[in-house]
Design a protein around this ligand. Sequence first.
Ligand code: ADP
Ligand code: GN1
Ligand code: MG
Length: 355
Amino acid sequence: MNYTEITSRFGIEGEFSPCGNGHINDTLRSADGKYILQRINTSVFTDPEKLMENIENVTAFVQNKLREQGEDPARRTLNVIRTLKGKSYTVYEGQAYRMYDNIGGTKEVEPGSKTPQDMYGAGRCFGEFQKLLADFPSKTLHETIVNFHNTESRLVDFRNAVFSDRAGRLQEVTDEVEFVLKRSHIADVVLNDMVRGLIPSAVTHNDTKINNILFDKETEKPLAVIDLDTVMPGSRLYDYGDALRGGGSTADEDENDLSKVKVDMESFKAFTKGYLEEMKEVLTPREIELLPFSIRLMTYECGVRFLGDYLNGDTYFKIHRPKHNLDRARNQFKLVEELEACEAEMSAVIREMLG
Ligand code: ADP
Ligand code: GN1
Ligand code: MG
């Protein structure tokens, strides 16, 4: 496809080619390495106007905070480039596109190839992100995907996927469905404690895979949290748990040799150390208590989403092979079992870290 018509609306010329590994948007980088063009997946994010308003407000807030701290924000956060008409995105042939400055000299780390050092950096980086946004007025954010980490609501969607069995695949996954149902009681733990006021609602990223951080290629230190589409009010536990869902496993979520899926205790310790260095004064006692549980909750929820998507005929997550979503679901459920066995040990590690 020729992107000239789109990029010229941003006053930008030149070739763009695909980059990145995300499951949702299509990302392209300019040949001169200056810009990122993204096609926003509008079947997932149905209101690009509100989505971009969130991203512009959050990035402006973070940029100001960093300036106040005496830091140059240029490589530390996304920067939205507006169209010549002053809009934060443009629609071309029914598709929405946005442009960012490319944060150069960076690399991303995939969950399957991270080191404990990367995980320490990721813990600090996501912790810092939450801290920088702690006094952002979270109620002004739009809910770009309603009930995104509401595990109970995910279970309702899942049951509907089972009932309708749209792709005729239910017969094949009865064991996995039973696995989900047996653990459905864990879905309301965080939600109920939010209602009780034991867990605050805060600005959260909601998609804290390690590949949503850009690392400096030279120093290997984390620079910027990207992929801000799902920044919304939520529980900070969602960010901590989701980061270790991927980063706390010895295997990538795409791995289908389940014997390779174990809890990576070194990565867990490294991430938690970095995260607590930023956040230990901010978290409530109940949040601290639920840190290990949140990993299991987010892993379970993601497995439920993968299996639901498989039953629906793979309409949400990009897949690269038949049964990809089923493999991902099995991988997540194996990790849930491993996490169940390690939770007490993880709690002990956290208690020791906090002294
Ligand atoms: P998705 O929602 O599909 O995961 P992302 O926003 O995470 O999309 O972008 C996908 C990939 O594109 C990232 O992992 C990163 O490699 C690259 N990328 C995105 N934005 C930038 C940017 N501003 N600078 C440099 N690389 C970027
Ligand atoms: C999607 O966009 P990406 O690849 O960073 C998904 C996350 C899942 C993840 C599983 C908006 O993240 O919620 O945890 O895939 N993002 C959205 O890999 O649904
Ligand atoms: Mg991403």
